[in-house]
Design a protein around this ligand. Structure first.
Ligand code: AVJ
Length: 327
């Protein structure tokens, strides 16, 4: 088996300045201030997210893991072979392992995790190293850039299976989710597959507890974004002056995480060359987690150029694993 390798990543300096640019754009935006949720996942944020997944109130990850435990063989039975696997936002690989193990009974498999957090990629490679006949080549890139790399490298006759687990699709707000899936589809060929996990609509109180847990792990996860901006961009956020908020937006069907300023204050972000005024109670919108209905999944697949091939549903929590085929 070839040694796991990794593609060269962009130079850190260009990453820092992109981070600075996006922070400046989000915090100086007229109206609602915002920060991109992808920056929640530095090494501290990724570790806190792992803890979130253990919380009794956050049933999402365990629900998907149950689905894959029960149905991995059945899912793999639906795939054309040979198939190359790419995964968007790979996490720790616990769920992926279930699929890769089932698949490796049939074929040796190239597995390409695409993930902007280097620490998450490292954990993942350690975690999956022992699976037989798997070759791991990771890409420390944005989702679609990484996927393009995988697509150009495939050999004729190989199909592509894209894993997009954990309801990560839900982080795109509004039309951005379906735009993203359409862009993703354009990188694929007809007959390629997408296995996409979606967290389903459920009672609001269940959702709020999942995103505002009683021991404050999710609050720490959210506040860490400001701490990260302090660490990496030389900002002077005083974390005591902000509080975590989770609200359910009934119009967009999304849980929104926000950070609310407890007081009127000014914050400087030195590397981004900005100084930002916060009114008392003004919020920064840091993440949306969209919750899906069955009807919405039908139209989402259709509008993004996929046909729904199969679905596995965990009724216990309300989570669906969807297998879509590119038309
Ligand atoms: C990893 C994006 C699916 O939206 O539920 C967990 C992230 N945020 N708690 C989600 C998250 C707050 C999570 N995703």
């Amino acid at each position: 088996m070839p040694k796991p390798a990794m593609q060269p990543r962009p130079r850190p300096s260009s990453l820092v300045s992109q981070f600075a640019r996006e922070v400046a754009a989000g915090l100086t935006k007229p109206g609602q201030k915002e920060l991109p949720s992808k920056y929640l996942y530095d090494s501290v944020g990724s570790a806190l997210f792992e803890v979130i997944c253990e919380l009794p109130e956050y049933g999402l990850t365990r629900s998907e893991e149950r689905l894959l435990q029960l149905h991995a063989r059945e899912i793999v039975d639906q795939l054309p072979r040979p198939v190359v696997v790419a995964e968007l936002g790979s996490g720790t690989g616990r769920k992926t392992r279930l699929l890769l193990e089932a698949l490796s009974r049939w074929q040796s498999t190239w597995y390409h995790p695409i993930e902007i957090s280097p620490s998450a990629l490292a954990v993942l490679r350690r975690e999956l190293r022992d699976i037989n006949s798997i070759s791991i080549v990771g890409f420390e890139r944005e989702y679609l850039d990484g996927l393009r790399e995988v697509a150009v490298r495939r050999s004729p006759g190989e199909h592509l299976l894209v894993l997009f687990l954990g309801s990560n699709i839900g982080n795109f707000d509004g039309a951005a989710g379906s735009d993203f899936l359409r862009d993703l589809r354009l990188i694929l060929q007809p007959g390629d597959l997408l296995l996409i996990g979606t967290d389903m609509l459920k009672p609001v109180q269940t959702l709020i507890s999942a995103y505002d847990d009683p021991i404050g792990v999710t609050a720490a996860f959210n506040l860490n974004l400001l701490a990260r901006i302090n660490r990496e961009l030389g900002a002077d956020f005083n974390l005591q002056r902000f509080e975590h908020l989770a609200i359910f937006n009934e119009v967009t069907h999304s849980v929104e995480m926000r950070l609310r300023s407890r007081v009127r204050q000014k914050v400087a972000v030195s590397e981004a060359s900005i100084s930002v005024q916060f009114e008392k109670e003004e919020t920064i919108w840091t993440e949306s987690s969209h919750k899906y209905s069955q009807d919405e999944l039908v139209s989402l697949a259709h509008h993004s150029g996929f046909r729904r091939q199969a679905q596995w549903m965990d009724q216990n929590w309300g989570f669906a694993e969807n297998l879509w085929i590119a038309e």
